[in-house]
Design a binder for this molecule. Structure first.
Ligand code: ZN
Ligand code: ZN
Length: 241
């Protein structure tokens, strides 16, 4: 009771704002983090999906169900999926989540991923573990939290799957991938992951979680290291691509 009263007072002093457009949230929306207007502007990925990177395909009859990029490149993961397009409101929310420490966004953003899993019947019954994409120690020190870890915690709770923590680690700090093009990204990330407990991943099907899939170089390198350690299937699920 006292807690609720105190929370109510905080709301009066600091009215809750939509984390995307920064407008004050209406009382009915105050339990949410995004206003209805912004939520309606989220760009969702719609089928058909590329059978490799998971991006929307323009045409149902695409060769091998692959997008033009995936016809040229191969990845070490089996398939990647994303509920949203990395643009507009979602891009803004990921920025708030990742760089501005809005950890409370893990729940609504994780819920978008969970909804996608249900809507498109991702075979969770075959997945043994959920594994968050690790950050390097330097990056973790800068940001103080790993966004992929928070999304994984949410999904592992919803689907009652074991989360493998610290089984996949970064061996070194790599330059930010954002300023690099393929194939520099692949070169930059090469050899930067390590599996610390091979027994934990051997013959297991793993769902690798991250916030964004851009070129897929990071996810591919991580999946390759997991497979070298004996992992069976590696699917990648990111919030956006
Ligand atoms: Zn808004
Ligand atoms: Zn593709």
């Amino acid at each position: 009771m006292l807690r609720r009263l105190l929370l109510g007072i905080t709301d009066l002093v600091y009215p809750k704002k939509c984390l995307a457009c920064k407008d004050v949230l209406a009382p009915a929306e105050s339990s949410k983090h995004v206003c209805a207007g912004c939520f309606s502007k989220i760009k969702f990925n719609i089928p058909p999906f590329c059978h490799s990177c998971g991006r929307h395909l323009e045409d149902f009859k695409t060769h091998k169900n692959l997008c033009p990029q995936c016809l040229r490149l191969t990845f070490n993961f089996d398939r990647a999926f994303s509920p949203c397009v990395y643009d507009g409101v979602v891009k803004e929310l990921i920025h708030e989540f990742k760089y501005k420490g809005k950890v409370r966004l893990a729940k609504p953003l994780g819920a978008l991923m969970a909804d996608f899993i249900r809507e498109y019947s991702l075979p969770m019954e075959y997945m043994d573990h959920i594994l968050p994409m690790p950050l390097s120690k330097t990056r973790l020190r800068e940001r103080e939290f790993n966004q992929a870890h928070h999304l994984s915690t949410h999904l592992s709770g919803v689907f009652e799957k074991d989360m493998l923590d610290n089984v996949l680690t970064r061996t070194r700090h790599t330059r930010s991938q954002t300023e690099l093009e393929m194939p520099e990204r692949r070169k930059n990330i090469l050899g930067s992951f390590k599996v610390t407990d091979r027994g934990a991943v051997k013959n297991k099907n793993i769902l690798l979680i991250d916030d964004v899939l851009t070129t897929g170089a990071t996810s591919s390198e991580a999946a390759g290291v997991l497979k070298e350690a004996g992992a069976n299937i590696v699917f990648v699920l990111t919030l956006a691509n």
